[in-house]
Unconditional design. Structure first.
Length: 638
């Protein structure tokens, strides 16, 4: 069943989410013919807070939906996901909630439960960002089904959870009551749940965990979960304060999930094991640098299963990996595999990669040793891509206003239509040609997709551009000034209205980056699914939404372009860069800067520059880099 479509359907029944939650829980119990509801006062009182009339109307709607869509199953995992999707979208985004597929939860739980049977009853298992306790429910079902441990005992003595939202904790309790009831056990109405509302990352976390979990400060035996993924720019100021105490979050702009690794390992006991499904960006990103160093220094046994560009969470574009970390075993290596799905998992197929071969600062290049050897060969020469600048383009924070397509020119003005259809003119003197590398696919696009940047700047005495004073702009460039005045309110809203007074003028571009990006260059996109490099020899052309490599030597840029279209370079990108959906890879500086160029002879330069057959160039470069690719042609551009 497509839970997203189902939730959209039932959301139309009522504007009040709590009512829908009560109705869907009661429907679930009826659909699955769960007995003994009358013996669970908690569930009974919750379900019957809605009227019979409301329920009958709701049931008719859902019955018709199930019949129309031929839905014959409505299991507990579907119910949990339904509850979580009923949470308003803005709140889910703020909380970093992503719904973990059942196969991933079961896989992680089975991996971390590799303990002595005699130790089972004493296990203490925690999810420090439990949401509606989806992971803890999977743990409880595993313990009950495999070891016949009563749910009451599991809940009171074995599983622990923390979440920042009170309604998640309340739903967790209901769902655990339901889990037990579904397996024929009625929980005591005064069952003691070890589930609390709180911020696991807060500064006093250690004392909080000791206090709320019966002062058992020896640490947990197992940590499980799906740490909340909130990108740095979306983290609230309150939660940012919580990140300050975590060493792994003190570099770059840290995403929230990164701190949960250090938290999880710190609240584990010395023989404990952690099992997370998380975003995989920490393996290569700048903000994952400290976490990589932390894990390398600790040398705990780590097994990482990277799904690369396979989308494991329906409806969410994220790149994920499973991480199993065992504190009781110290190893100077990481066990790694890259899979499209879990059905391909083979414990004997893991690659053992020594930490000593990994670069915590630049990012971990993970793969089999053959691949790592090739990557190292591509980095071994002294001349690097980073030596050519790899600069970001212009950032206006209002591209629809500053970047336009010109309709006509005369001696003084450029004429154009704005995105909302209005016709304007601005002084031609303040217009600069600009291109968007992210949409350029061929050399011809450099001309056909040229745009114009309205550029209220002049060259300063130090050779850098400075914004034109408002009075000068108003008097000498009246049409441009009037154009900016028309959009003044929108310009003031940039940075959500918080940083505007730091601008040298309200009509200045959003950032100062890229203003001086003149010169001969190779234009690169932010991301691409195949090699792209566009040669721009007209020095005054600026760019946005992309990167550029710079050199005053035209021949050098032409040679570099040929290298960037090669299988050698694309192999490097695929195995070191950040993946996006549909086979796209990041071209960000952090990933490309270490790719090196061999010391070409004059004869080799001539061959590469004059050869039109890419296969011939590829063969020559493979020889120079001392690499071959026959075994991984599927990864390379055809």
């Amino acid at each position: 069943m497509d839970i997203r479509k189902f939730v959209k359907h039932i959301n139309g029944f009522s504007q009040e989410v709590p009512i829908i939650e009560k109705l869907i829980l009661r429907y679930y119990i009826d659909f699955n013919m769960i007995e003994n509801l009358e013996n669970s006062e908690t569930l009974k009182s919750y379900c019957f807070l809605v009227t019979e009339e409301e329920y009958n109307e709701f049931k008719k709607r859902v019955d018709l939906y199930f019949e129309k869509n031929r839905i014959a199953d409505f299991n507990l995992d579907m119910l949990v996901n339904t509850f979580e999707l009923l949470i308003p979208k803005d709140e889910r985004k703020a909380n970093g909630m992503v719904f973990t597929p059942e196969e991933i939860k079961s896989f992680i739980v089975n991996k971390i439960m590799n303990v002595n049977k005699n130790q089972i009853n004493g296990l203490r298992i925690c999810d420090p960002a439990c949401g509606s306790s989806s992971f803890l429910i999977t743990v409880a079902q595993y313990l009950n089904n495999k070891y016949n441990i009563p749910y009451q005992y599991i809940i009171e003595k074995m599983i622990y959870g923390v979440d920042i939202y009170s309604h998640n904790i309340e739903k967790s309790k209901l769902l655990l009551h339901l889990t037990a009831l579904e397996d024929g056990e009625v929980l005591d109405e005064k069952v003691n749940f070890n589930l609390i509302v709180g911020d696991s990352l807060s500064l006093d976390y250690a004392e909080t965990f000791k206090e709320i979990f019966n002062d058992q400060n020896q640490g947990f035996d197992l940590i499980v979960g799906n740490p909340p993924y909130i990108r740095a720019k979306n983290i609230s100021p309150e939660i940012k304060n919580s990140l300050d105490r975590w060493e792994v979050s003190k570099v770059g702009n840290p995403d929230l999930y990164i701190a949960f690794f250090q938290l999880g390992l710190e609240i584990l006991n010395e023989k404990g094991t952690l099992g997370y499904i998380s975003v995989s960006t920490f393996l290569t990103s700048v903000n994952g640098r400290n976490l990589r160093g932390y894990l390398s220094d600790k040398k705990y046994k780590i097994e990482t299963i990277n799904f690369k560009d396979a989308q494991m969470f329906k409806g969410v574009t994220s790149y994920t990996c499973i991480n199993i970390i065992n504190k009781s075993i110290l190893e100077d290596k990481i066990l790694y595999s890259s899979l499209d799905n879990l059905s391909d998992y083979d414990v004997n197929g893991l690659n053992a990669i020594p930490f000593s071969t990994l670069d915590n600062s630049k990012g971990w290049s993970l793969g089999d040793l053959t691949t790592l050897n090739k990557i190292n060969k591509m980095r071994r020469f002294s001349k690097k891509l980073g030596d050519y600048g790899l600069k970001n383009g212009v950032a206006t924070l209002a591209n629809d206003i500053y970047i336009v397509t010109a309709n006509e020119f005369d001696d003084k003005y450029m004429y154009f239509h704005s995105k909302d259809g209005q016709k304007f003119k601005v002084e031609k003197e303040l217009c600069r040609r600009i291109v968007k590398p992210n949409i350029l696919k061929s050399q011809d696009d450099l001309t056909s997709k040229m745009e114009y940047l309205i550029f209220p700047y002049k060259l300063g005495s130090d050779g850098k551009f400075i914004v034109i004073e408002e009075e000068v702009l108003k008097e000498e460039y009246t049409s441009t000034y009037q154009y900016f005045l028309h959009y003044k309110d929108k310009l003031l809203e940039r940075d959500k209205g918080k940083a505007i007074y730091k601008y040298p003028a309200w009509y200045a571009l959003g950032r100062t980056q890229g203003l001086n990006n003149t010169g001969k260059k190779l234009l690169l996109p932010y991301m691409t699914d195949k090699p792209v490099a566009i040669l721009s020899l007209e020095e005054d052309i600026l760019f946005y939404c992309g990167y550029a490599l710079f050199s005053d030597n035209t021949e050098e840029l032409a040679l570099l372009k040929k290298v960037l279209y090669s299988k050698v370079f694309w192999y490097y990108v695929v195995n070191t860069s950040k993946p996006y959906a549909n086979g796209y890879m990041s071209f960000a500086k952090n990933y490309l800067k270490e790719f090196s160029l061999p010391p070409f002879t004059d004869e080799q330069v001539e061959v590469i520059l004059n050869e039109e057959n890419q296969t011939v160039i590829d063969e020559l470069l493979q020889e120079l880099y001392e690499v071959e690719f026959e075994e991984q042609l599927s990864l390379l551009p055809q």
